[in-house]
Write a protein that binds this ligand. Structure first.
Ligand code: AMP
Length: 367
């Protein structure tokens, strides 16, 4: 099989995308602009990515025959979510290059493995402890202190599978509510802001980062991203350096996002890594309208073996997520001068569901 390091797609070739959400949809749109086709594999018949591609497979990730047919139809395979079952990734990787490499999923699907990996690189994280029982939780609380955040090791996103523990909490009840046997307890970080770095690494090892983004969450879900983040140039360089170190250590090919906390300190702010997402990321959506190249095109270029671009930002950029009922406002957004509106075509506006986003670009602030 072709070594991913020498793989080079040609216009007209096909990228296989695992997962059919809005990230897959925007990846497919970016690929189309570069003359590449996409085949989306997703178990959900209502996948937003199905709307924009000609080739789609609606099947479970355990459906070996469907996976084999999918692999036979594509030239390279990528994914738009990190919880790709390892059995599916293994079957596909035996047939086609899977980028980023499937071994990366093992690190990033598990919060404990991910934190251990980041710590081994000498990069800071919140203090953390492995928890496998109510008794273990009591011991971890004694070590880490309160407040703290208890998180399931796997399958957590947008604040799901998490509980903040404060003084006086009933630890047995908190443990029972999380309904897991594999969790980590993290010290609660008194951050002054949350930022992220969207980085791309090409097959040749070149790493290119977008400008650092500042993120605000509402009910644990990303609401607003602003680029550039309101941090010093030195701290931004440090954040990009962390993302680059992680991308190199993972021997990564494609776009990845590193979420960080900025923590105030007597000697100036410091950075702690919160999470690594081995994929394009919501906090990089601003790049679609706010930069000369989007995170989606950059990912496509990386996995196609094409040159990465050095992104140029068009100004100060704000990206607002349309979450749940926010979508009812789309007509108002359509009338706002300068607003670029992206709707994902989802019918059911459940609370907390990402339905679309809007980007606004203004002239750069003077320093
Ligand atoms: P996560 O799913 O780990 O990205 O967490 C979602 C959000 O919860 C983060 O973006 C933070 O706003 C908050 N959060 C997560 N972990 C911590 C922590 N250890 N201390 C403070 N806030 C946290």
């Amino acid at each position: 099989m072709t070594d991913p390091r020498i793989l080079k797609l040609k216009p007209g070739d096909t990228i296989g995308i695992l997962g059919g959400g809005q990230l897959g949809r925007m990846l497919a749109l970016a690929a189309a602009r570069l003359g590449l086709k996409c085949h989306v594999f997703s178990p959900d018949p209502d996948s937003p990515a199905f709307d924009v591609v000609q080739n789609a497979t609606c099947a479970e990730y355990a459906d070996v025959e469907a996976l084999e047919l999918f692999a036979a139809d594509v030239d390279v395979i990528t994914y738009e979510f990190e919880n790709v079952p390892s059995s599916a990734a293994m079957i596909l990787a035996a047939r086609r290059p899977v980028l980023p490499d499937r071994s990366i999923l093992e690190t990033t699907q598990d919060r404990l493995a991910e934190k251990d990996f980041v710590t081994r690189l000498g990069i800071g994280t919140a203090r953390y402890a492995d928890v496998t029982s109510a008794q273990g939780l009591r011991a971890a609380v004694a070590t880490i202190g309160l407040p703290a955040v208890l998180k399931t090791r796997r399958f957590g996103y947008d604040g799901k599978g998490q509980a903040i523990i404060r003084d006086g909490a009933d630890l047995d009840a908190v443990w029972d509510d999380l309904a897991t046997r594999a969790a980590i307890l993290e010290a609660f970080v008194p951050f002054e802001r949350e930022i992220s770095v969207i980085a791309a690494r090409g097959a040749d090892g070149q790493v290119v980062c977008f400008d650092v983004t500042e993120n605000e969450h509402r009910h644990h879900i990303l609401k607003t991203s602003r680029a550039p983040a309101a941090i010093s140039d030195a701290l931004a360089a440090q954040a990009r350096g962390i993302a680059e170190t992680i991308a190199r250590a993972l021997d990564y090919i494609g776009v990845l996002a590193v979420e960080l906390f900025v923590v105030p300190g007597a000697d100036g702010p410091t950075l702690l890594v919160n999470e690594i997402a081995p994929r394009v990321h919501n906090s990089g959506h601003w790049t679609l309208d706010g930069a000369s190249i989007s995170q989606f095109e950059q990912h496509v270029r990386a996995i196609a073996g094409w040159p990465l671009a050095n992104p140029v930002r068009h100004g100060d950029v704000t990206m607002t997520n349309l979450i749940g009922d926010d979508i009812n406002d789309y007509e108002r957004w359509l009338t706002i001068p300068g607003a670029s509106v992206h709707l994902y075509g989802k019918r059911d506006a459940q609370a907390g569901r990402k339905m679309g986003h809007v980007t606004e670009v203004t002239a750069p602030r003077r320093k």
